[in-house]
Design a protein around this ligand. Sequence first.
Ligand code: AMP
Ligand code: MG
Length: 321
Amino acid sequence: MTAADILNNGGVVAIPTETVYGLAASAFSDDAVGKVFVAKGRPQDNPLIVHISNIDMLNEVAMDIPPSACECAKRFWPGPFTIVLKKTDKVCDSVSRGLDTVAVRMPSHPVAKAVIECAKLPLAAPSANISGCPSPTSANHVINDLDGKIDAVIVGDESEVGVESTVVSLAGDKPVLLRPGAVTLEQLREVLPDIVVDSAVLSEAKGDKVASPGMKYKHYSPKTTVYLVEGDGKAFADYVNEKQNSAAICFSEDEGIKIPFIVYGSRLDESTLAHNIFGILRDIDKENYKEVYVHAPSKTGVGLAVYNRLIRAAAFKVIEL
Ligand code: AMP
Ligand code: MG
């Protein structure tokens, strides 16, 4: 059986994408989408992103599409960019979890594209991990989390971007950045000058009325307790060197660290930090450290996406030196 056959028969298949690996199911089948929630242990109120391969599919799943959405699609699709729009009735309720909107993305990864095209279906696909754990950027991460719980995994390369897509709502009066990703706020402002940043991007979202339900959950966390540490290289080294049974995740520029450490890239190369961070959070759990201290990236460019994931991995425990 091919992946397209499994998907057309209501099964679930993990696929490589340029952001992270996704766990795909037909966006038109409540039954199939239900299996995604069960396999991941995903909270019931957290809606899924629908993945498409052409603009005809966009018109099948979304309506009242504003001109700003077309501008964004022209600029950022295919790629790591998701737009929230009014949904059509064809999108099953299990995807939108009671909202009247749908999040849509056109991935650029050739395998993701080919699977959507062969299945001839828009595919609802969250990250292919156990909910709450670091997102999967390799097929091995998917197998570690979901072996025996899903129908198939397509084994591809390591995810190039390494963090999930940028999510922007264009369903309200003003464009809102709900989740930062590899399409940066600076790039978005060129197309959407009045875009606002949802408060949940850099702080804890609470209550029922959050714009993007996914933002209110503890997320991306290894079992080791994570702290996010802001400060210069010298202050970071002095701080972590006092810690027992702990490790550091740091920049290539950091010097003088005497506890075990893993470098996640240069502080000036945020794309590499994004590419590496989830794999490193998983690697940290293979040792038995009590705590891991991560040197915080800048909040500009792709750094904002890395910071957004790390502050959640740290359950909002930020140390300012
Ligand atoms: P994931 O599946 O892990 O990439 O998470 C998808 C993200 O998109 C979550 O933060 C969801 O809350 C968000 N999302 C999906 N659909 C919608 C929607 N209709 N409105 C707002 N946010 C959404
Ligand atoms: Mg996820």
